[in-house]
Write a protein that binds this ligand. Structure first.
Ligand code: BT5
Length: 257
């Protein structure tokens, strides 16, 4: 049944929400509009279905129509371009808080850079696309995919072992607009804090919910795999890895295994 997402907005995030039945990728449309300066900060585009949903590094985001939340939010935080990665971490924290009423908050783990994991499986992925608009202002389009009402067979074979949904975790169907409202309310709070106080609080808050500091981890960066002990995040949100010989490596893009 179609749901009304248009009244899910908060003070700044989602003052304008457009819902499209089908599009290639919500991120691609919002990014093009942001580059042309025809969308405003906080604008949201939601799709019921994406024909070319994207993950990071040209990977695909897959979801059958009408079962999940697929959206992009335009952010214009007044932070330096090298700190834009913090926006993705802030969004992950907001989503985690927004899902509090649905899952035990302690059961959700944040995975660098931007995944939400429940029971060892991916519930939500975030794709941050940065750009500069016509007036020279930095922006980030935060693309969010949250699995809501998928059953195990809604996931294609390779994802069945690695993905999960709210339905799979709780055994009941959920109103996607109700979840969206909660998520937007918390992302809005975090975003307004980022705008007034800067981003100093994001990496520590994120680390507390990720539980990886001091642990030995493996990171795939380009084609190589690096092992080391996680020493937290730097102030830009990059992962700090202590290599076996003692040097600290800053990782800005990659996958933690
Ligand atoms: C992400 O990339 O996790 C970012 C996903 C962002 C999707 C949203 S939907 C709205 C907006 N518009 C877009 O076009 N994209 C954004 P990454 O960390 O690269 O993970 C991608 C990998 O996750 C894939 O290679 C699959 O292994 C897995 N995957 C794909 N679909 C999934 C799903 N529905 N649930 C869980 N895992 C999935």
């Amino acid at each position: 049944m179609p749901e009304d997402f248009t009244s899910c907005g908060a003070e700044l995030i989602g003052r304008s929400i457009r819902v499209l039945p089908v599009i290639d990728s919500t991120n691609d449309l919002l990014k093009a509009e942001a580059e042309d300066s025809i969308s405003d900060e906080g604008d949201i585009i939601i799709a019921e279905h994406q024909t070319a949903g994207r993950g990071r590094l040209d990977r695909q985001w897959e979801s059958p129509p009408g079962k999940s939340l697929l959206l992009s939010i335009l952010l214009k935080p007044e932070i330096l371009s090298e700190k834009l990665q913090l926006a993705g971490l802030m969004i992950s924290l907001g989503i985690l808080d927004g899902l509090n009423g649905y899952l035990e908050s302690e059961s959700i783990r944040l995975k660098w850079p931007n995944d939400l994991i429940v029971g060892g499986r991916k519930l939500c992925g975030i794709l941050s696309d940065a750009g500069v608009d016509k007036t020279g202002r930095n922006f980030v389009v935060a693309g969010i995919g949250i699995n809501i009402n998928q059953t195990p067979t809604d996931f294609a074979e390779p994802l069945r072992d690695t993905a999960t949904s709210l339905y799979i975790m709780t055994g009941s169907q959920h109103s996607r607009s109700a979840v969206l409202k909660q998520v937007i309310a918390r992302v809005d709070e975090h975003y307004r804090r980022l705008k007034t106080e800067g981003g100093y609080w994001i990496a520590p808050a994120w680390l507390e919910r990720a539980g990886i500091s001091g642990r030995e981890i493996e990171v795939k960066e380009n084609k190589s795999t690096i092992r080391g002990v996680c020493k937290g995040l730097n102030e830009d949100g990059a992962l700090l890895l202590e290599l076996p010989e003692g040097a600290i490596r800053e990782i800005y893009s990659g996958d933690v295994n």
